[in-house]
Design a protein around this ligand. Sequence first.
Ligand code: 6AU
Length: 259
Amino acid sequence: DRLKLSFEKRKQFAKSAAAASLFDIMVAKNSNLCVAADVPTAEKLLEITKLVGPYICVLKTHHDIVDNFTDDTAVELQKLAKKFNFLIMEDRKFAEIGSIALKQASKVAGWADLVTAHSNAGPDIVPALRSAFSTCPEGDKKGVFLVAEMSSKGNLHSPEYAKATANMAILYPEVVSGLVCQSPSVVPSLGVLQLTPGVNLETKGDSLGQQYNTPEVVVGEKGADIAVVGRGIVSVSDPAAAAQKYQTLLWQAYLNRLA
Ligand code: 6AU
């Protein structure tokens, strides 16, 4: 049972190098917190990264919503990732035929350790992204998270779709490090990580379809290995304190799950 196995033990089953290093980072930092740094400017992105860096295993970006994101911003992010020991995930959700996804991913593969992709176009999205990685230094250490399910109201992700997405993780175990999903039964093997967004202690959702749960529910019931918190941390007055609080609660939920 995946949910009863520690991250230390699960690391032995990781076939993707990025998943293996994620397990290491999570254990070293006692953190299963991914912050979604959804902020409008490069200055704010670097500022928030410095504040939350000590508490996270993954920093998730949407670099295309950042006004002045440049190569320098990417270099600074990479320095902070090294300093604080976390991985950078560009949540670009590639969803194209392989030849286009390869070209799109080449724009971010230089600085992102992990990228997200939809599975709707079929399994060849994965080797396309692997090709984009292969042109980068240490490209074989990069990984993909496939979106199997979504947190938003009315989404079209059926159980069959989620299962077919999980099968792509089995087909390309050295590239697919994890799945983005909402239910514990989707993840097909012990070495694959479950990333689950939709976590907020203060509110149940937003006005545009997002739906939130608590850390206890997301980790204990929905099966998240890594939980994504965006506005619950980046839109409050003290993001560092909020990140520390979510880190503590999410890690406690993981320990409770093991017990
Ligand atoms: O906590 P929030 O609502 O401020 O931010 C949630 C973050 C956003 C979304 O792009 C992302 O999580 N997300 C994803 C991801 C990670 O792929 C999938 C999903 O189903 N729901 C979702 O919110 O950056």
